[in-house]
Write a new protein. Structure first.
Length: 188
């Protein structure tokens, strides 16, 4: 029994050490935005080439596309939704916390994403790796008519993005920043 406990302890210590190294590696990649997204793009292109050349696993590709669309929508959405706050104000219930300004006389509040950029990248990369791994198993290659899946995905993408853009226009927020505004010296 003592040897069994010792074996569990050794296994747990290896697990903890691995998790620490993995987390340290993740933390070291955080400031490198462009290389992370380039690596994700290469991974996604690899997955797509696997799908195109093997002419299969369309369900996995469709599932990945829907998941990535869901992540992208969470990335574009503010953490504190002004539509929900407007609805709560009408009911007389207000929540504490930062929100987007809804009137021109309100003070500036920065855009806080529902899904931060790093978590978006990490989740998208994990999902792509899992999808690529799933293409190794022929049991997951279900026969489907892929043009219908593609058309349905395009329709779903167009409708959800239209709704998201209308929401952005209605509440006057832009989820992308171009950096600090640069002022030029005027010549008088």
């Amino acid at each position: 029994m003592n040897a069994e406990e010792n074996g569990d302890s050794t296994l747990n210590s290896y697990k903890v050490a691995y998790h620490r190294r993995y987390q340290a590696w993740l933390d070291s990649t955080t400031p490198h935005v462009t290389p992370r997204w380039v690596a994700f793009g290469v991974l996604l292109v690899t997955f797509m080439l696997r799908i195109v050349f093997s002419q299969g696993w369309y369900i996995i590709c469709y599932g990945l596309g829907i998941y990535l669309l869901n992540l992208f929508l969470a990335f574009l959405t503010p953490k504190f939704d002004p539509a929900l706050e407007e609805e709560l104000e009408m009911e007389g219930q207000t929540e504490e916390g930062p929100s987007l300004p809804t009137k021109s006389d309100e003070e500036f509040r920065p855009f806080i994403r529902r899904l931060p950029e790093f978590k978006f990248w990490y989740s998208a990369t994990k999902a792509t790796v899992i999808s690529l791994f799933c293409t190794l198993f022929t049991a997951l290659d279900l026969p489907v008519f892929w043009p219908i899946l593609l058309m349905y995905f395009i329709l779903l993408f167009a409708l959800t993005m239209k709704r998201q853009i209308q929401h952005m226009l209605r509440y006057k927020y832009l989820p992308f920043t171009t950096g600090k505004k640069q002022y030029t010296k005027s010549n008088k």
